[in-house]
Structure formats: C-alpha cells, structure tokens
Design a protein around this ligand. Sequence first.
Ligand SMILES: NC(=O)c1ccc[n+]([C@@H]2O[C@H](COP(=O)([O-])OP(=O)(O)OC[C@H]3O[C@@H](n4cnc5c(N)ncnc54)[C@H](O)[C@@H]3O)[C@@H](O)[C@H]2O)c1
Length: 386
Amino acid sequence: MLVHGVLAPALEPPTGYLVWDRVTAAGIWPAGERMAQTILVTGGCGFIGSAVVRRLLANADVAVVNLDAMTYAANPRTDAELTRNPRYRLAKGTICDAAFVRAVVNDCRPAGVVHLAAESHVDRSIDNAAEFLRTNVEGTAVLLDAATAYWRGLGDAARAAFRFVHVSTDEVYGSLGLVGYSAEGAVYEPNSPYAASKAASDHLARAWHRTHGLPTIVTHGSNTYGPYQFPEKLIPLIIVRALRGESLPVYGKGENVRDWLYVEDHAAALTEVLRRGRPGEVYNVGGGNERRNIDVVRAVCAILDELAPDQSGPYGRRIAFVKDRPGHDLRYAVATDKIRAEVGWRPAIAFEAGLPATVAWYLANRAWWEPALAQTDATQRLGLAR
Ligand SMILES: NC(=O)c1ccc[n+]([C@@H]2O[C@H](COP(=O)([O-])OP(=O)(O)OC[C@H]3O[C@@H](n4cnc5c(N)ncnc54)[C@H](O)[C@@H]3O)[C@@H](O)[C@H]2O)c1
C-alpha cells in the first residue's frame, strides 16, 4: 500500500519532457489524443496535488491536466516523474491569470476539477499575506469563473456529472480545546492569515454554487504528511534538519495537537469526493491520528535512530524549544462521520505505519529534496513578525 515512494527508484528527470509555458493554438491535447475523461487538477506538482494526480492516473481511462505555477513549493522532479505518463500534461501558469485559466479549461474540457493550488505555509503568511490573498482568494475566484462559463456550455449529461472540488483545511475552524471536534457547519474562526485566506476561498466556492449553480464541493483536510512534501513543514523539516546535523526546532512547548492524515488517504478522500460527493456539500477529512507536535518530533527521531543512526548519539538530543508561532492554534480535530457515511471514505494508514514510510522515503530520495533546498533553503525560521 505505502509503496509509491518507498519502493520507487531514485528519481531522474527524463529528457525532453514538455512544459506548457502558455497554452498554444495547438492546444494541450493534440487532436485525437483526448482521453475518455480529463480531470483538471490545480497545484498538481505540490505535495497533496501530486498524490491526487498519481491516484487519478492509476485509472487508464483518465487523463490529467495539471495547472500549476511551479512556485517554490512545486518540485520539478515531481513533474518529471508525472510526465512519464502520457496521460499527464502540465499547463504552467498561475490561477490568477484569467485568460490563461480560461484557455486551459476550454482546451482540456475537463469532466471535473480538483482545486489544490494555494500558498500553504502558515509561517510565510505571517511574514507576507499578500501572495496568500492573491492566489488563495483571487485565484480561486478566477478559476470558479472559468469553470462556470465552461460548465454552462456543456451538454446535459456532462453538466450534471461535472464537479468542482475545492480543497480546504481544518484550520478554518480555528483552535479547539483539548476535547471536542469541529463538524461541517461549525463556525469559521481562522486565526492565521493562511487560514483566513482559505476561509475566504471556501466562501467563494459556496457562493458560486448558490449563485451560479456550479456543482462545487468543499473539503476540510487535516494536517497531512507523507512523501513529496516540501521540507518547510514539520515532519520533513525535522527529517532534513536531523540528517544535516542541525538543531530540531519545536515551537513553544510542542504541546499543539494536530490530527495527522497520510497523504495517500487524503488523495483517496478527494478522488472519492469527486466521484460521489454531493454538489454544494462540505466534507471533513481527518486521519484520526491526534498527536502533540513534540511527540511527532520524538517519533521521527526514534525512527531515524533505527534507520540512519547518528554515531555521535540519538537524534532527540538536538530537539530545541524555540519561540512559539504568533497565534499558534492549540488543537485542530474534525468529525469525519459525514464523509464516512455519504462517500464511504475512511483513512487506511495508521500513523505508526505512515510515519516510518515517510522517513524512509526522505532517506531514499535525497535527489528529490536536496536540489529543492539548494534553491530555497526553507528550513530556516520564518513567521516571527508581529
Ligand atoms: N498540507 C496540508 O497539511 C493540508 C491540509 C489540508 C488542506 N490543504 C490544502 O491542500 C492544498 C494543497 O496543499 P499542499 O500542502 O499540497 O500545498 P503545496 O504548498 O505543497 O503545493 C501548492 C501547489 O500549488 C501551486 N501554486 C501555488 N500558487 C499557485 C498559483 N497562483 N497558480 C497555480 N499554482 C499555484 C504550487 O506551485 C504548488 O504546486 C492547499 O489548498 C492547502 O490549503 C493542505
């Protein structure tokens, strides 16, 4: 099950793969090459997006067009790997460019959209919220507009089957105490600029459904982890810093609790919602693996002690408690009864299986993350601005 990354050989980009810097008159799919169904994924070279693309491509009747700006968070090696599949195309550009987005949508004629493109790192949103507002809010509106215009022109059957899945986060619900869960419909209380921008985009997805009839569905995923995550987020950051012999920073006392969701489980939830979700509905997606940050970091250290021991001593000795993130939410946890009952999805990967698989992937795939870090050293502290 946990195989795609752990067992994959070291990644080498194939030569001569195509990148659509702009959609040309010839279109994305040359005449005659269109597949039975094309799904448009945005942000498909990011962490969760690439897992969604892999999952969709596992169905031989599905083609994927990935609209991605290839920001620092997108790894060209991920694209190079996906490009080995002839049913995959990258349309490189931003969701904020209305003419480009319209051209991509109209050319690839998707049966559905899974919208993941976003600025996604809370610490960066504390230092500079502008890009979060542009991509997460304005970009989502641009994409919704293009999808609506295209969807209106479809025949009856295609229009009825079309879905626009807007991928959001549990962070929009704000912080919980140590008990209780946020159910769908809970009040939104976003506390970071990132969460506020995602909340705004969720409202847009809802509004386009209510006002224009576009069959949008919103998902609220919990903290996701696994292979192919840019090493600015907690788990890969700790792995990479440990392997580089650096200190292992833990914000505050490390008591913040997150519900960890393995990336394959998150991707499966999104593709199932695309197939079975009801238009206008909202679904929480949670892993059922609540852990304090400090316990996650200690668990990563223990796995590294086994898989890649440091001769000078256990990795845990390098844990360093650092100044907390401003506005750091104590706990997020979502109720997942609705997606289980209506969509039939449930998480399959326990943290005890997913975490070692993740650590093993980073150990086996330095060629994926080392060049990315050479370009942007994202392991340095951000988001202290007040
Ligand atoms: N990572 C998590 O724990 C988590 C949990 C719940 C929900 N989400 C949501 O899932 C989605 C994907 O998250 P992720 O962690 O994979 O993100 P990521 O940062 O790894 O990837 C984001 C992708 O979006 C692309 N992108 C950014 N700005 C763009 C723009 N203007 N136009 C086109 N593409 C652009 C990037 O190039 C990158 O490929 C986001 O919407 C995020 O809010 C993430």
